[in-house]
Design a binder for this molecule. Structure first.
Ligand SMILES: [Zn+2]
Length: 437
């Protein structure tokens, strides 16, 4: 390759990386990618086998019933692979959004190019995950290293979109509380000719919520400022959609699948609005409490480094507000408990493993929301009055309070003395925690 005729680069517009923790290596990208692919291919087979074995009239799996199932497994795998590719492309788009949104640039116009040699990126070099792996993580023309975060985000996006497809759409809503799993509309063959529009709506609503949380989390990871106007727009859309499609709030009282799907009555509009507003308000309050807790404990020294595996929250309240609007206040509280459990796990792993990356709490929220979505129904049914569900009790506040106490104690306990503020400036506890420089 000559300097006169530069080959196209491969880098999506790269933000400055100086504030990033150590980047995952190629093996990490391969591991995340292969795990996501394996899930997309294996899940339809396991799903179908479980379905066959659960058929009471058929008893055990017979030879012919397995053969009958083969087209179903094939169709399920095809849809899963299609969705996998689709969500990896969405992940690629989210990488661009994360970079351009804080800069106030358009997320639609302008192609990607290398920030150093300005070479535009050819489409085959811009393929999610594969493009990065083929080029071994370097720009084709100027050899500038490309952050492994890009393919990891794409693979995670693909994996999450496919997993929610299996858990929510294909299972007929087996993860949703307050509605009977719709087995009539579940399974691949029944999904296509006999689609359930409320389930498809819920699937898209929940996946888009996870995407927004991921974008906010990555912007927090970069230590950048999220534009308030864009956040308000997202919240307004999240509140407005259930007014048009009431089935987006499975916890709303009186909702029955198939009823009122196409005709939103005034009572339904008020009900949906009430669920959204109560959830948003509860999320905001919860976020303020956690902001105060984490902000105080993770304040750190003058450089903003606390020596702890979590970053002080920036937009956690906003994220919990969105979770509250989408999942109702019960879902928000359940997600918060899982968030605190995840923070505790992060702290325990961090204290046992050297070089474990420091995480912003906003990114931990993405993981907690995903797990909560997948286990929503199981948590509310198996933990009964101790988990915020359909008919909440005062006891359901106990796990949240207990987790706040546990995480606070753990944070204090694992703060190594060597990481506590030592310099005179750093010891000033009135100093607000700086954003990572
Ligand atoms: Zn370049």
């Amino acid at each position: 390759m000559t300097a006169a005729e530069p080959e196209p680069g491969v880098i999506p517009e790269t933000p400055e990386r100086h504030s990033q923790p150590a980047l995952p290596s190629r093996s990490t990208v391969w591991a995340v990618f292969l795990a996501a692919v394996a899930m997309a291919v294996l899940c339809p087979a396991i799903d179908t086998l479980v379905w066959v074995m659960s058929q009471p009239s058929r008893g055990f799996v017979r030879h012919e019933s397995v053969l009958e199932m083969l087209p179903m497994v094939g169709a399920g795998s095809l849809i899963a692979i299609w969705l996998f590719v689709f969500w990896s492309l969405i992940g690629s788009f989210l990488n661009v959004v994360v970079h351009r949104l804080p800069l106030g640039e358009s997320v639609v116009h302008g192609g990607s190019h290398c920030p150093r040699c300005s070479s535009p990126i050819k489409w085959h070099d811009n393929l999610p995950v594969v493009g990065w792996l083929r080029l071994k993580g370097r720009c084709r023309s100027c050899d500038l290293p490309i952050a492994a975060r890009y393919p990891v985000v794409e693979a995670i996006c693909a994996g999450v979109g496919t997993a929610v497809y299996f858990r929510e759409l294909l299972s007929g809503g087996a993860n949703l509380p307050q509605r009977t799993p719709d087995f009539l509309h579940s399974g691949v063959l029944r999904l296509v000719p006999n689609a359930s529009p409320d389930l498809i709506g819920l699937y898209l609503y929940h996946c888009c919520t996870l995407c927004v949380l991921l974008v906010w989390g990555l912007i927090a990871w970069d230590g950048r400022q999220l534009p308030g106007r864009s956040a308000v727009r997202v919240l307004l859309v999240a509140v407005g959609l259930p007014l048009l499609f009431p089935s987006l709030h499975p916890l709303a009282l009186g909702w029955q699948p198939g009823r009122g799907e196409h005709l939103a009555t005034p009572a339904w509009l008020l009900n949906g609005l009430g669920v959204s507003l109560a959830g948003g308000l509860a999320g905001l309050l919860c976020g303020l409490v956690l902001n105060r807790l984490f902000g105080r404990l993770l304040r750190g020294d003058a450089a903003g480094r606390s020596g702890l595996p979590l970053r002080p929250p920036q937009t956690l309240g906003l994220g919990l507000m969105l979770v509250g609007i989408v999942f109702g206040w019960q879902g928000m509280l359940g997600t918060t408990v899982l968030l605190l459990v995840a923070c505790l796990i992060q702290m325990l792993v961090w204290s046992a493993v050297i070089d474990w990356p420091e995480m912003p709490t906003e990114l931990v929220l993405v993981a907690a929301t995903f797990v909560h979505l997948c286990l929503w129904r199981q948590l509310t049914t198996s933990l009964g009055p101790w988990w915020p569900g359909v008919s909440p009790t005062l006891a359901c506040l106990a796990p949240a309070v207990a987790m706040v106490l546990a995480v606070s104690l753990a944070l204090v306990a694992i703060t190594p003395a060597s990481h506590r503020p030592t310099s005179p400036g750093a010891a000033d506890l009135d100093h607000r925690g700086d954003q990572p420089a």
